[in-house]
Design a protein around this ligand. Structure first.
Ligand SMILES: NC(=O)C1=CN([C@@H]2O[C@H](COP(=O)(O)OP(=O)(O)OC[C@H]3O[C@@H](n4cnc5c(N)ncnc54)[C@H](O)[C@@H]3O)[C@@H](O)[C@H]2O)C=CC1
Ligand SMILES: O=C(O)C(=O)CO
Length: 434
Protein backbone atom coordinates (compact mmCIF):
# COMPACT_ATOMS: atom_id res chain seq x y z
CA UNK A 1 0.00 0.00 0.00
CA UNK A 2 1.36 3.37 -1.00
CA UNK A 3 1.66 5.70 1.93
CA UNK A 4 1.85 9.43 2.22
CA UNK A 5 3.15 10.96 5.43
CA UNK A 6 3.58 14.69 5.22
CA UNK A 7 4.66 17.02 7.94
CA UNK A 8 2.46 20.04 7.90
CA UNK A 9 2.99 23.40 9.50
CA UNK A 10 0.88 23.40 12.64
CA UNK A 11 -1.62 26.21 12.91
CA UNK A 12 -0.85 26.71 16.60
CA UNK A 13 1.68 29.14 17.99
CA UNK A 14 5.31 28.22 17.66
CA UNK A 15 5.90 27.84 21.42
CA UNK A 16 3.64 24.83 21.48
CA UNK A 17 5.02 23.20 18.35
CA UNK A 18 7.85 21.46 20.19
CA UNK A 19 5.36 19.68 22.41
CA UNK A 20 4.26 17.55 19.54
CA UNK A 21 6.72 15.12 18.12
CA UNK A 22 5.03 14.89 14.76
CA UNK A 23 1.88 15.74 12.96
CA UNK A 24 0.47 13.56 10.28
CA UNK A 25 -2.12 14.49 7.76
CA UNK A 26 -3.88 11.47 6.41
CA UNK A 27 -6.78 10.56 4.25
CA UNK A 28 -9.12 8.27 6.07
CA UNK A 29 -11.36 5.95 4.04
CA UNK A 30 -14.81 5.39 5.52
CA UNK A 31 -15.56 2.07 7.14
CA UNK A 32 -12.06 1.35 8.44
CA UNK A 33 -10.56 2.17 11.79
CA UNK A 34 -6.81 2.10 11.48
CA UNK A 35 -6.91 2.77 7.81
CA UNK A 36 -4.17 2.53 5.29
CA UNK A 37 -2.87 5.94 4.38
CA UNK A 38 -4.12 6.78 0.93
CA UNK A 39 -3.46 9.40 -1.65
CA UNK A 40 -6.51 11.41 -2.60
CA UNK A 41 -6.09 10.59 -6.26
CA UNK A 42 -6.36 6.87 -5.54
CA UNK A 43 -9.93 7.19 -4.39
CA UNK A 44 -12.81 6.82 -6.81
CA UNK A 45 -15.44 9.49 -6.21
CA UNK A 46 -18.05 7.05 -7.54
CA UNK A 47 -17.35 4.67 -4.68
CA UNK A 48 -19.17 6.14 -1.66
CA UNK A 49 -17.58 3.81 0.89
CA UNK A 50 -14.15 4.90 -0.21
CA UNK A 51 -14.90 8.59 0.21
CA UNK A 52 -11.97 10.05 2.10
CA UNK A 53 -12.15 11.86 5.39
CA UNK A 54 -9.09 13.95 6.07
CA UNK A 55 -7.73 14.14 9.58
CA UNK A 56 -4.94 15.80 11.49
CA UNK A 57 -3.17 13.80 14.21
CA UNK A 58 -1.56 15.27 17.31
CA UNK A 59 0.66 13.29 19.67
CA UNK A 60 0.51 10.12 17.51
CA UNK A 61 2.04 7.91 20.19
CA UNK A 62 -0.65 8.78 22.78
CA UNK A 63 -2.27 5.81 24.54
CA UNK A 64 -5.88 7.01 24.32
CA UNK A 65 -7.44 7.82 20.96
CA UNK A 66 -9.67 10.89 21.11
CA UNK A 67 -11.45 12.08 17.97
CA UNK A 68 -12.83 15.56 17.39
CA UNK A 69 -15.30 15.66 14.53
CA UNK A 70 -14.33 19.30 13.80
CA UNK A 71 -11.33 21.57 14.26
CA UNK A 72 -12.18 23.69 17.32
CA UNK A 73 -10.95 27.18 18.28
CA UNK A 74 -7.80 27.59 20.36
CA UNK A 75 -5.02 25.13 21.09
CA UNK A 76 -5.33 24.62 24.84
CA UNK A 77 -7.80 21.79 24.40
CA UNK A 78 -5.32 19.90 22.18
CA UNK A 79 -2.49 20.49 24.64
CA UNK A 80 -4.55 19.36 27.63
CA UNK A 81 -5.42 16.07 25.91
CA UNK A 82 -1.92 15.48 24.49
CA UNK A 83 -0.28 16.14 27.85
CA UNK A 84 -2.46 13.41 29.34
CA UNK A 85 -1.35 10.72 26.89
CA UNK A 86 -4.13 11.18 24.33
CA UNK A 87 -3.58 10.84 20.60
CA UNK A 88 -5.86 13.56 19.21
CA UNK A 89 -7.37 13.08 15.77
CA UNK A 90 -9.20 16.06 14.29
CA UNK A 91 -11.43 15.64 11.27
CA UNK A 92 -10.52 18.38 8.78
CA UNK A 93 -12.97 17.33 6.07
CA UNK A 94 -14.49 20.33 4.26
CA UNK A 95 -18.05 19.00 4.61
CA UNK A 96 -19.83 21.22 7.15
CA UNK A 97 -22.15 18.59 8.61
CA UNK A 98 -20.79 15.06 9.00
CA UNK A 99 -23.17 12.17 8.43
CA UNK A 100 -23.53 9.20 10.77
CA UNK A 101 -21.50 7.17 8.24
CA UNK A 102 -18.71 9.75 8.27
CA UNK A 103 -18.55 9.61 12.06
CA UNK A 104 -18.64 5.79 12.10
CA UNK A 105 -15.55 5.89 9.91
CA UNK A 106 -13.87 8.30 12.29
CA UNK A 107 -14.67 6.12 15.32
CA UNK A 108 -13.26 2.99 13.68
CA UNK A 109 -12.22 -0.06 15.74
CA UNK A 110 -10.46 1.70 18.60
CA UNK A 111 -11.62 4.99 20.01
CA UNK A 112 -11.67 6.08 23.64
CA UNK A 113 -13.70 9.24 23.28
CA UNK A 114 -15.26 11.68 20.81
CA UNK A 115 -15.88 15.42 20.86
CA UNK A 116 -18.85 16.10 18.59
CA UNK A 117 -20.93 18.99 17.32
CA UNK A 118 -24.59 20.02 17.70
CA UNK A 119 -25.14 19.46 13.95
CA UNK A 120 -24.52 15.71 14.31
CA UNK A 121 -27.03 13.00 15.03
CA UNK A 122 -25.70 11.18 18.09
CA UNK A 123 -28.02 8.20 18.57
CA UNK A 124 -27.87 4.49 19.15
CA UNK A 125 -25.85 3.75 15.99
CA UNK A 126 -22.96 6.01 16.98
CA UNK A 127 -22.98 5.22 20.68
CA UNK A 128 -22.97 1.44 20.03
CA UNK A 129 -20.11 1.91 17.58
CA UNK A 130 -18.19 4.01 20.09
CA UNK A 131 -18.75 1.40 22.78
CA UNK A 132 -17.62 -1.42 20.46
CA UNK A 133 -14.46 0.59 19.81
CA UNK A 134 -13.82 0.67 23.56
CA UNK A 135 -15.06 4.26 24.07
CA UNK A 136 -16.93 5.49 27.12
CA UNK A 137 -16.82 9.25 26.62
CA UNK A 138 -18.60 11.72 24.34
CA UNK A 139 -18.98 15.47 24.67
CA UNK A 140 -20.99 17.89 22.61
CA UNK A 141 -19.19 21.18 22.05
CA UNK A 142 -22.41 22.95 23.08
CA UNK A 143 -24.62 23.41 26.09
CA UNK A 144 -27.72 22.24 24.19
CA UNK A 145 -27.79 18.51 23.54
CA UNK A 146 -31.08 17.95 21.74
CA UNK A 147 -29.00 16.26 18.98
CA UNK A 148 -27.98 13.53 21.46
CA UNK A 149 -30.04 10.51 22.49
CA UNK A 150 -28.87 10.46 26.11
CA UNK A 151 -30.81 7.26 26.91
CA UNK A 152 -29.04 5.45 24.07
CA UNK A 153 -25.68 6.69 25.37
CA UNK A 154 -26.51 5.57 28.90
CA UNK A 155 -27.57 2.14 27.62
CA UNK A 156 -24.17 1.84 25.94
CA UNK A 157 -22.36 3.05 29.07
CA UNK A 158 -21.16 6.24 27.36
CA UNK A 159 -20.94 9.49 29.35
CA UNK A 160 -22.42 12.56 27.60
CA UNK A 161 -20.76 15.90 28.28
CA UNK A 162 -21.90 19.43 27.45
CA UNK A 163 -20.47 22.92 27.95
CA UNK A 164 -22.76 25.08 30.11
CA UNK A 165 -21.83 28.42 31.67
CA UNK A 166 -19.01 29.49 29.38
CA UNK A 167 -21.46 30.73 26.74
CA UNK A 168 -24.08 32.33 28.95
CA UNK A 169 -23.07 35.99 28.60
CA UNK A 170 -21.96 35.71 24.97
CA UNK A 171 -25.29 34.18 23.93
CA UNK A 172 -27.28 36.68 26.01
CA UNK A 173 -25.34 39.53 24.36
CA UNK A 174 -26.40 38.32 20.91
CA UNK A 175 -30.02 38.09 22.03
CA UNK A 176 -29.71 41.67 23.32
CA UNK A 177 -28.09 42.72 20.01
CA UNK A 178 -30.94 41.20 18.01
CA UNK A 179 -33.48 42.88 20.30
CA UNK A 180 -31.87 46.28 19.71
CA UNK A 181 -31.33 45.71 16.01
CA UNK A 182 -35.00 44.80 15.59
CA UNK A 183 -36.27 47.63 17.82
CA UNK A 184 -34.24 50.26 15.97
CA UNK A 185 -34.41 48.64 12.50
CA UNK A 186 -30.64 48.69 12.17
CA UNK A 187 -30.31 46.12 9.38
CA UNK A 188 -32.99 47.75 7.21
CA UNK A 189 -31.38 51.16 7.72
CA UNK A 190 -27.92 49.80 6.88
CA UNK A 191 -29.21 48.27 3.63
CA UNK A 192 -30.91 51.58 2.79
CA UNK A 193 -27.66 53.54 3.24
CA UNK A 194 -25.60 51.09 1.19
CA UNK A 195 -28.18 51.19 -1.60
CA UNK A 196 -27.56 54.95 -1.89
CA UNK A 197 -31.17 55.75 -0.97
CA UNK A 198 -30.45 58.25 1.82
CA UNK A 199 -31.06 61.79 0.59
CA UNK A 200 -31.56 63.61 3.89
CA UNK A 201 -33.05 63.47 7.41
CA UNK A 202 -36.81 62.94 7.56
CA UNK A 203 -39.18 62.83 10.55
CA UNK A 204 -40.52 59.40 9.57
CA UNK A 205 -37.31 57.72 8.44
CA UNK A 206 -36.83 54.31 10.11
CA UNK A 207 -38.83 55.09 13.21
CA UNK A 208 -38.64 52.15 15.63
CA UNK A 209 -39.45 51.29 19.26
CA UNK A 210 -38.08 52.86 22.46
CA UNK A 211 -37.19 50.10 24.94
CA UNK A 212 -36.99 52.19 28.14
CA UNK A 213 -40.03 51.63 30.34
CA UNK A 214 -41.37 48.81 28.13
CA UNK A 215 -41.71 45.19 29.20
CA UNK A 216 -39.23 42.47 28.32
CA UNK A 217 -40.60 38.94 28.31
CA UNK A 218 -38.32 35.95 28.83
CA UNK A 219 -39.44 32.39 28.16
CA UNK A 220 -36.98 30.03 29.81
CA UNK A 221 -35.26 32.06 32.54
CA UNK A 222 -32.32 29.71 33.07
CA UNK A 223 -28.67 30.75 32.74
CA UNK A 224 -28.95 32.54 29.37
CA UNK A 225 -32.52 33.80 29.79
CA UNK A 226 -31.64 35.36 33.17
CA UNK A 227 -28.42 36.94 31.84
CA UNK A 228 -30.38 38.42 28.91
CA UNK A 229 -33.09 39.72 31.25
CA UNK A 230 -30.48 41.48 33.42
CA UNK A 231 -28.92 43.14 30.35
CA UNK A 232 -32.26 44.47 29.16
CA UNK A 233 -33.38 45.59 32.63
CA UNK A 234 -30.13 47.19 33.72
CA UNK A 235 -29.23 48.54 30.28
CA UNK A 236 -32.61 49.83 29.15
CA UNK A 237 -34.65 50.04 32.37
CA UNK A 238 -37.28 47.62 31.11
CA UNK A 239 -39.76 45.80 33.33
CA UNK A 240 -39.66 41.99 33.37
CA UNK A 241 -42.26 39.30 32.90
CA UNK A 242 -40.96 35.74 32.65
CA UNK A 243 -42.20 32.21 32.30
CA UNK A 244 -40.24 29.17 33.42
CA UNK A 245 -41.07 25.87 35.04
CA UNK A 246 -38.91 26.98 37.99
CA UNK A 247 -38.72 30.22 39.94
CA UNK A 248 -35.76 32.43 38.92
CA UNK A 249 -35.09 33.61 42.49
CA UNK A 250 -31.74 35.32 41.84
CA UNK A 251 -33.16 37.19 38.88
CA UNK A 252 -36.16 38.35 40.91
CA UNK A 253 -33.86 39.56 43.72
CA UNK A 254 -31.73 41.44 41.19
CA UNK A 255 -34.72 43.27 39.71
CA UNK A 256 -36.07 44.13 43.16
CA UNK A 257 -32.70 45.54 44.25
CA UNK A 258 -32.22 47.45 41.00
CA UNK A 259 -35.74 48.87 41.24
CA UNK A 260 -34.97 50.10 44.78
CA UNK A 261 -31.73 51.67 43.57
CA UNK A 262 -33.54 53.54 40.77
CA UNK A 263 -36.26 54.72 43.14
CA UNK A 264 -33.69 55.95 45.67
CA UNK A 265 -32.18 57.99 42.87
CA UNK A 266 -35.46 59.56 41.90
CA UNK A 267 -35.94 57.42 38.79
CA UNK A 268 -38.89 55.29 37.75
CA UNK A 269 -38.26 51.83 39.32
CA UNK A 270 -38.29 48.60 37.30
CA UNK A 271 -40.51 45.67 38.27
CA UNK A 272 -40.73 41.89 37.75
CA UNK A 273 -43.53 39.39 37.42
CA UNK A 274 -43.39 35.60 37.20
CA UNK A 275 -46.19 34.65 34.80
CA UNK A 276 -48.45 31.70 35.54
CA UNK A 277 -48.60 30.83 31.83
CA UNK A 278 -46.50 31.51 28.77
CA UNK A 279 -49.53 33.18 27.20
CA UNK A 280 -49.41 35.90 29.89
CA UNK A 281 -45.89 36.77 28.74
CA UNK A 282 -46.93 36.82 25.08
CA UNK A 283 -49.86 39.13 25.79
CA UNK A 284 -47.99 41.61 28.01
CA UNK A 285 -44.43 41.88 26.71
CA UNK A 286 -43.12 44.29 24.09
CA UNK A 287 -39.93 42.30 23.48
CA UNK A 288 -39.93 38.53 23.96
CA UNK A 289 -36.80 36.41 23.97
CA UNK A 290 -36.86 32.60 23.88
CA UNK A 291 -34.28 30.71 25.97
CA UNK A 292 -35.69 27.29 26.90
CA UNK A 293 -34.06 23.97 26.07
CA UNK A 294 -35.54 22.17 23.05
CA UNK A 295 -37.56 19.12 24.05
CA UNK A 296 -41.08 17.75 23.56
CA UNK A 297 -42.53 20.49 25.79
CA UNK A 298 -40.97 23.37 23.85
CA UNK A 299 -41.32 22.12 20.25
CA UNK A 300 -43.42 24.74 18.36
CA UNK A 301 -44.02 26.61 21.62
CA UNK A 302 -44.50 29.63 19.36
CA UNK A 303 -47.08 28.78 16.71
CA UNK A 304 -49.98 30.40 14.86
CA UNK A 305 -52.12 30.68 18.02
CA UNK A 306 -49.39 32.02 20.27
CA UNK A 307 -48.30 34.56 17.65
CA UNK A 308 -51.87 35.78 17.36
CA UNK A 309 -51.99 36.86 21.03
CA UNK A 310 -48.78 38.89 20.87
CA UNK A 311 -48.84 42.67 20.39
CA UNK A 312 -48.95 43.69 16.73
CA UNK A 313 -45.68 45.62 17.11
CA UNK A 314 -43.93 43.17 19.42
CA UNK A 315 -40.36 41.97 18.89
CA UNK A 316 -39.58 38.25 19.07
CA UNK A 317 -36.01 36.97 19.46
CA UNK A 318 -34.89 33.36 19.25
CA UNK A 319 -31.39 32.29 20.30
CA UNK A 320 -32.47 28.89 21.65
CA UNK A 321 -33.28 26.26 18.99
CA UNK A 322 -35.14 26.71 15.70
CA UNK A 323 -37.96 24.20 16.30
CA UNK A 324 -39.14 26.17 19.35
CA UNK A 325 -40.89 28.32 16.71
CA UNK A 326 -43.20 27.03 13.98
CA UNK A 327 -41.24 28.95 11.35
CA UNK A 328 -43.81 28.60 8.54
CA UNK A 329 -46.45 30.15 10.85
CA UNK A 330 -43.97 32.90 11.75
CA UNK A 331 -43.40 33.77 8.07
CA UNK A 332 -47.16 34.14 7.56
CA UNK A 333 -47.44 36.28 10.71
CA UNK A 334 -44.60 38.57 9.61
CA UNK A 335 -46.21 39.01 6.17
CA UNK A 336 -49.51 40.26 7.57
CA UNK A 337 -48.02 42.22 10.49
CA UNK A 338 -45.28 44.47 9.10
CA UNK A 339 -44.77 46.19 12.48
CA UNK A 340 -44.00 42.83 14.16
CA UNK A 341 -40.27 42.18 14.04
CA UNK A 342 -38.05 39.18 14.73
CA UNK A 343 -34.38 38.51 15.36
CA UNK A 344 -33.46 34.90 14.65
CA UNK A 345 -30.18 33.13 15.33
CA UNK A 346 -31.61 29.63 14.87
CA UNK A 347 -33.94 28.03 12.32
CA UNK A 348 -36.30 25.12 12.22
CA UNK A 349 -34.53 23.29 9.36
CA UNK A 350 -31.05 24.65 9.89
CA UNK A 351 -29.12 25.58 7.80
CA UNK A 352 -32.20 26.36 5.67
CA UNK A 353 -34.84 29.04 6.19
CA UNK A 354 -38.52 28.45 5.51
CA UNK A 355 -39.63 29.88 2.16
CA UNK A 356 -40.36 33.59 2.29
CA UNK A 357 -38.36 34.42 5.43
CA UNK A 358 -35.29 35.77 3.63
CA UNK A 359 -37.39 38.31 1.70
CA UNK A 360 -39.02 39.87 4.76
CA UNK A 361 -37.73 43.27 5.91
CA UNK A 362 -39.13 42.74 9.41
CA UNK A 363 -36.89 39.72 10.02
CA UNK A 364 -33.23 39.87 11.02
CA UNK A 365 -31.47 36.57 10.44
CA UNK A 366 -27.99 35.48 11.52
CA UNK A 367 -26.37 32.02 11.16
CA UNK A 368 -26.41 30.47 14.68
CA UNK A 369 -23.62 32.71 15.99
CA UNK A 370 -24.96 33.45 19.48
CA UNK A 371 -22.02 31.78 21.25
CA UNK A 372 -19.45 33.02 18.74
CA UNK A 373 -17.00 35.05 20.80
CA UNK A 374 -13.36 33.93 20.85
CA UNK A 375 -13.25 33.46 24.63
CA UNK A 376 -16.44 31.43 24.65
CA UNK A 377 -15.65 29.20 21.70
CA UNK A 378 -12.17 28.41 23.05
CA UNK A 379 -13.73 27.75 26.45
CA UNK A 380 -16.35 25.44 24.94
CA UNK A 381 -13.57 23.43 23.24
CA UNK A 382 -11.67 23.21 26.54
CA UNK A 383 -14.71 22.08 28.53
CA UNK A 384 -15.67 19.48 25.90
CA UNK A 385 -12.11 18.10 25.86
CA UNK A 386 -11.99 17.99 29.67
CA UNK A 387 -15.31 16.10 29.80
CA UNK A 388 -13.87 13.42 27.52
CA UNK A 389 -10.46 13.38 29.22
CA UNK A 390 -12.00 13.22 32.69
CA UNK A 391 -14.16 10.22 31.81
CA UNK A 392 -11.23 8.39 30.19
CA UNK A 393 -9.10 9.01 33.29
CA UNK A 394 -11.88 8.04 35.70
CA UNK A 395 -12.17 11.49 37.29
CA UNK A 396 -15.34 12.38 39.24
CA UNK A 397 -17.97 14.71 37.80
CA UNK A 398 -18.39 18.29 39.02
CA UNK A 399 -21.48 18.76 41.19
CA UNK A 400 -21.81 22.33 39.89
CA UNK A 401 -21.68 22.56 36.10
CA UNK A 402 -21.90 26.36 36.34
CA UNK A 403 -18.49 26.60 38.01
CA UNK A 404 -16.38 26.84 34.85
CA UNK A 405 -13.59 29.31 35.75
CA UNK A 406 -11.20 26.77 37.32
CA UNK A 407 -11.22 24.81 34.05
CA UNK A 408 -10.65 27.85 31.87
CA UNK A 409 -7.81 29.51 33.78
CA UNK A 410 -4.91 29.34 31.31
CA UNK A 411 -2.34 29.90 34.05
CA UNK A 412 -3.04 26.75 36.02
CA UNK A 413 -3.80 23.10 35.39
CA UNK A 414 -7.50 22.29 35.34
CA UNK A 415 -8.98 20.31 38.25
CA UNK A 416 -9.05 16.51 37.86
CA UNK A 417 -12.82 16.61 37.40
CA UNK A 418 -15.25 16.29 34.46
CA UNK A 419 -16.89 19.75 34.11
CA UNK A 420 -20.37 18.60 33.04
CA UNK A 421 -21.70 15.09 32.32
CA UNK A 422 -25.47 15.09 31.82
CA UNK A 423 -26.02 11.36 32.47
CA UNK A 424 -23.60 11.12 35.41
CA UNK A 425 -26.32 9.98 37.83
CA UNK A 426 -27.74 7.37 35.45
CA UNK A 427 -24.23 5.95 34.97
CA UNK A 428 -23.51 6.05 38.71
CA UNK A 429 -20.38 8.18 38.20
CA UNK A 430 -18.71 9.60 41.32
CA UNK A 431 -19.13 13.33 41.89
CA UNK A 432 -16.89 16.03 43.37
CA UNK A 433 -17.43 19.55 44.72
CA UNK A 434 -13.66 20.25 44.21
N1 LIG B 1 -28.05 29.99 19.63
C1 LIG B 1 -26.98 29.54 20.25
O1 LIG B 1 -25.86 29.61 19.76
C2 LIG B 1 -27.12 28.96 21.61
C3 LIG B 1 -28.27 28.32 21.97
N2 LIG B 1 -28.40 27.78 23.22
C4 LIG B 1 -29.66 27.14 23.59
O2 LIG B 1 -30.14 27.75 24.78
C5 LIG B 1 -30.64 26.75 25.64
C6 LIG B 1 -30.63 27.23 27.06
O3 LIG B 1 -29.32 27.28 27.59
P1 LIG B 1 -29.08 27.60 29.14
O4 LIG B 1 -29.73 28.88 29.52
O5 LIG B 1 -27.64 27.45 29.41
O6 LIG B 1 -29.88 26.40 29.80
P2 LIG B 1 -30.65 26.36 31.19
O7 LIG B 1 -30.93 24.93 31.44
O8 LIG B 1 -29.92 27.14 32.22
O9 LIG B 1 -32.03 27.14 30.87
C7 LIG B 1 -33.11 26.56 30.22
C8 LIG B 1 -34.37 26.98 30.96
O10 LIG B 1 -35.50 26.57 30.19
C9 LIG B 1 -36.50 26.21 31.14
N3 LIG B 1 -37.52 25.37 30.50
C10 LIG B 1 -37.48 24.07 30.18
N4 LIG B 1 -38.65 23.69 29.64
C11 LIG B 1 -39.44 24.79 29.60
C12 LIG B 1 -40.75 25.04 29.15
N5 LIG B 1 -41.51 24.06 28.63
N6 LIG B 1 -41.23 26.29 29.25
C13 LIG B 1 -40.48 27.28 29.79
N7 LIG B 1 -39.24 27.10 30.24
C14 LIG B 1 -38.73 25.87 30.15
C15 LIG B 1 -35.72 25.47 32.22
O11 LIG B 1 -36.47 25.34 33.42
C16 LIG B 1 -34.50 26.33 32.35
O12 LIG B 1 -34.65 27.33 33.34
C17 LIG B 1 -29.75 25.54 25.35
O13 LIG B 1 -30.37 24.33 25.68
C18 LIG B 1 -29.49 25.66 23.86
O14 LIG B 1 -30.44 24.93 23.14
C19 LIG B 1 -27.38 27.87 24.11
C20 LIG B 1 -26.22 28.48 23.79
C21 LIG B 1 -25.99 29.07 22.50
O1 LIG C 1 -24.16 25.65 22.86
C1 LIG C 1 -25.18 25.57 22.15
O2 LIG C 1 -26.19 24.95 22.53
C2 LIG C 1 -25.20 26.23 20.85
O3 LIG C 1 -26.21 26.32 20.22
C3 LIG C 1 -23.97 26.78 20.29
O4 LIG C 1 -23.21 27.43 21.19
Amino acid sequence: MHTVRRRIIPTINSSSIFLYKSIERRLFPQGSSSPPILQKEQISSADKMAKPISIEVWNPSGKYRVVSTKPMPGTRWIRLLSDQDCRVEICTDKKTILSVEDILALIGDKCDGVIGQLTEDWGEVLFSALRRAGGTAFSNMAVGYNNVDVDAATKCGVAVGNTPGVLTETTAELAASLSLAAARRIVEADEFMRAGLYDGWLPHLFVGNLLKGQTVGVIGAGRIGSAYARMMIEGFKMNLIYYDLYQATRLEKFVTAYGQFLKANGEQPVSWKRAATMEDVLREADVISLHPILDKTTYHLINKESLSIMKKDAILVNCSRGPVIDEAALVEHLKVNPMFRVGLDVFEDEPYMKPGLAELKNAIVVPHIASASKWTREGMATLAALNVLGKIKGYPVSTDPNQVEPFLDEKSSPPAVCPSIVNAKQLGLPSSKF
